[in-house]
Design a protein around this ligand. Structure first.
Ligand SMILES: *Cc1c(COP(=O)(O)O)cnc(C)c1O
Length: 431
């Protein structure tokens, strides 16, 4: 694999962009490499500026559940763009997308569009605080909810990948209102509530964690959170920025049959364009300005290009629910293949999977990874080696142990079986 152009462009980028990237996880820092610059992509294949083509399992970190440059989405964007890119005034497609989201996620009575997942979670928290008149929030170690101050505490993903402590710049005043609990440990949540119950506005959780690598909720965990939030009058926020429209048409809340009060969305709902959204119970959502007093706004919110892309994408998912069976089937083949390879090679690792989200943890733990502490036991050096060998074999994975492999509809069975072969070769060389 030759990447002279990427190397040159990275040297150019670092002179004008901090670290050479506009989002830290894109740097290949934790796998001791320089990032590859992308030229174009189609379906499951992504091509760099040196002309190397890879099968992509990053899928833009989740949004591209139907693959790259999906034609109906591209066409919708082109049509929308030709009519103007932004008006700062209401458009019909905003209601079209809102209605579709409500239909697919029945816990959402009304939904507000924003421009990123970060904005969605940040605004949902402000709303929960306004609604309850309380200030504290319970979040889980290793869960990532975007980069707003309240959530940048044990925030998983990019933060742990880069070995950063909780971010400087977050004030002590803000940090003290964020209470940390352990994922899959209801007792740790109960303790926080028994001490601070009257001051806790919300519990926010990734119903399947995707930002410490994939970690599934254990039996009763989400239900327990639902019960605790009811008992203490706190708002339950499911951060479904990854899981929404990925695990099922109705997201993780449909998959596990637990209804949150508020849901945050992003990634898939923009069809690959910048977007976020949050919605839920009418009585809470009505507190938002202009109807209510909780303020939140956005010059480009409900942008017609994002709306057109998102609507086309969700419509496809809504009308073809068999997509989820197809994703499950393909992901299960990949999981089986990798597990067989682990057995064959004797490499110690754990595969965690929920639907089309999966992580191969280089970790000696038996069974599954069920907590942040377990995930942190992983051998990141080994992952770095695995990542590089995979790349040489034409497989583009997340440049971090603590991320998801995303399977899209565009992955053919041939792509999957090639990925299994590449995995075997990489594991054999890693031994
Ligand atoms: C990606 C992500 C976010 C943040 O979304 P951005 O669009 O990157 O701001 C929030 N929550 C979860 C669970 C995410 O995976």
């Amino acid at each position: 694999m030759n990447i002279p152009n990427s190397i040159r462009e990275f040297h150019r980028a670092v002179r004008s962009i901090p670290g050479g990237v506009n989002s830290p996880v894109r740097a290949f820092k934790s796998v001791n490499a320089d990032p590859i610059f992308i030229s174009h992509a189609k379906g499951s294949q992504i091509t760099d500026i040196d002309g190397n083509t890879y099968t992509d399992f990053v899928s833009s970190w989740g949004p591209l559940i139907l693959g790259h440059a999906y034609q109906p989405v591209i066409k919708a964007i082109e049509e929308a763009a030709s009519k103007g890119t932004s008006f700062g005034a209401p458009t019909v497609i905003e209601s079209d997308l809102a209605e579709l989201i409500k239909k697919m996620v029945p816990s959402i009575d009304t939904v507000r569009m924003v421009s990123s997942g970060t904005e969605a979670t940040m605004s949902a928290l402000r709303l929960a605080r306004g609604f309850t008149g309380r200030e504290m929030v319970v979040k889980f170690e290793g869960c990532y909810h975007g980069h707003s101050d309240s959530f940048l505490i044990k925030a998983g993903s990019g933060v742990i990948t880069l070995g950063l402590p909780d971010s400087p710049g977050v004030t002590i005043g803000t940090a003290k209102d964020t209470l940390l609990a352990r994922y899959n440990d209801l007792e740790s949540v109960e303790k926080l509530f028994s001490k601070n119950g009257e001051n806790i506005a919300a519990i926010i959780v990734e119903p399947v964690a995707g930002n410490m690598g994939v970690v599934l909720p254990g039996p009763g965990f989400l239900k327990g959170l639902r019960e605790l939030s009811h008992k203490y009058g706190a708002v339950l926020i499911f951060d479904e920025v990854i899981t929404g429209f990925r695990l099922a048409r109705g997201g993780a809340q449909e998959y596990f049959d637990i209804t949150p009060d508020l849901t945050t969305l992003g990634k898939i709902i923009g069809g690959g364009l910048p977007i976020g959204a949050y919605g839920g119970k009418k009585e809470i959502m009505e507190m938002l300005a202009p109807k209510g007093s909780v303020y939140q706004a956005g010059t480009l919110s409900g942008n017609p290009l994002s709306m057109a892309a998102g609507f086309t994408m969700l419509n496809e998912l809504n009308e073809n629910p068999e997509i989820y069976d197809e994703l499950e089937r393909k992901a299960a083949i990949l999981e089986r293949g990798i597990k067989d390879n682990l057995e064959k090679t004797g490499v110690k690792a754990v595969v965690n999977r929920a639907g089309s989200m999966m992580t191969l943890f280089f970790n000696e733990i038996e069974g599954v990874i069920s907590s942040f502490e377990d995930a942190m036991q992983s051998d990141t050096e080994k992952y770095a080696g695995y990542f590089k060998l995979s790349l040489q074999n034409g497989i583009y994975l997340a440049p971090s142990q603590f991320e998801c492999t995303f399977i899209s509809r565009a992955h053919s069975e041939e792509n999957i079986s090639k990925a299994i072969t590449a995995n075997l070769e990489a594991l054999q060389q890693l031994k």
